[in-house]
Design a protein around this ligand. Structure first.
Ligand SMILES: [Fe+2]
Length: 349
């Protein structure tokens, strides 16, 4: 018999038989390699298994209170013992019994009278199998945990990186500090109300964070110019959409980032830029960002004006509904404004 331990401890075996002589014999044949608990009744075996674990159960077929198959069927119905392998012990095996043994979920049967060597081999083979299966399950669970931890760490790194990028963008524009983070927050709220899944909401949040990344490629003097922009300067400002889209195109795993940067200044009526898309030709996420972006612009202080009163913001969103904005997302923004009775959404973002 091969001596494989279950780690540092011996495998445990529950032997169930009415006959004390048989139990003694089992002890003699297997006792050196396994820890044996002996029970002489099926119901005692079930009670024991409800409170203790066992690596293997040997069940006599012919018992007085419950036969071995009945005990096995009860075991299969109980979560705490249904996976314990069972060997049926029997003096006579005909085809019917053999079929019943396996159909009931036993892993094997051993004929009486026992042939010690064969019995040891059969028991040990099953224990080895179980040991390997258990190890494999533990290893798979361990690897799964590791993979999940790695994934969570890489997720955190990704979000911290884009948050840092968003701060870099916002640092360039002295009038719109925190703009990217606020737009990301608003657009996530809009997406949630629109019924987006949590995963989608998170994606849209990331798109909101980086929608203005192209401003990195526009001179600060123009971004921060307190007076009216010339046509040429306005064209340069507009180019932040295409610059942003080009920068983000390299993130192949997340193509929507680039789309958000490119299309967030498109208008529902087709009069936006850079592509003059209209209606549902504008990617949905960009339509959400457009409303959130406008809301933040109106609720932020500018060099030439103060924060707009909430009632005026509401009117402007209503006015842009179906012209500048997707009517559905404008309605969601109006709901958010309506619920924001103390005009705190901006300061809480
Ligand atoms: Fe923008």
């Amino acid at each position: 018999m091969i001596d494989i331990r279950y780690g540092e401890i011996k495998p445990t075996l529950l032997a169930v038989d009415n006959d004390q002589v048989t139990l003694h014999l089992i002890d003699k044949i297997l006792g050196a390699q396994v820890d044996i608990t002996k029970k002489s009744k099926g119901c005692d075996a079930l009670d024991y298994l409800a409170r203790h674990s066992a690596d293997l159960v040997l069940l006599d077929y012919n018992m007085q209170d419950m036969n071995g198959i009945e005990v096995l069927k009860c075991m299969k119905q109980r979560a705490e013992m249904k996976n314990i392998p069972v060997i049926i012990l029997t003096a006579d095996v005909d085809i019917e019994l053999e079929t019943e043994v396996f159909q009931s979920g036993a892993v094997d049967f051993i004929r009486k009278p026992f042939v010690p060597m064969a019995m040891q081999e059969r028991v040990w083979r099953i224990l080895q199998n179980e040991y390997l299966k258990k190890n494999l399950r533990q290893e798979a669970a361990h690897q799964m945990r590791l993979a999940e931890e790695r994934l969570a760490a890489s997720d955190r790194l990704f979000h911290q990186t884009i948050l840092a990028l968003a701060k870099t963008i916002d640092a360039k524009d002295k009038y719109t500090q925190g703009h990217s983070q606020r737009v990301a927050d608003y657009v996530r709220r809009i997406a949630k109300i629109a019924g987006a899944s949590p995963k989608k909401q998170q994606e849209i949040y990331c798109m909101g964070l980086l929608h203005d990344i192209g401003k990195i490629g526009v001179p600060s003097a123009i971004i921060n110019k307190p007076t009216r922009l010339t046509d040429e300067e306005y064209e340069l400002i507009k180019s932040h959409t295409t610059i942003g889209s080009d920068i983000l195109k390299s993130i192949k795993e997340f193509p929507m980032l680039s789309i958000g940067a490119r299309s967030h200044h498109e208008r529902w009526d087709g009069k936006g830029y850079p592509d003059g898309l209209a209606g549902t030709d504008i990617p949905e996420e960009a339509r959400m960002i457009a409303v959130a972006d406008a809301y933040d612009a109106m609720t932020s202080r500018r060099s030439y004006r103060d924060i707009m009163p909430q009632e005026r913001v509401r009117r402007e969103v209503e006015r842009g509904r179906g012209t500048q904005f997707d009517p559905h997302f404008a309605d969601i923004m109006l709901t958010l404004i309506h619920e924001d009775t103390d005009f705190l959404m901006r300061s809480n973002s």
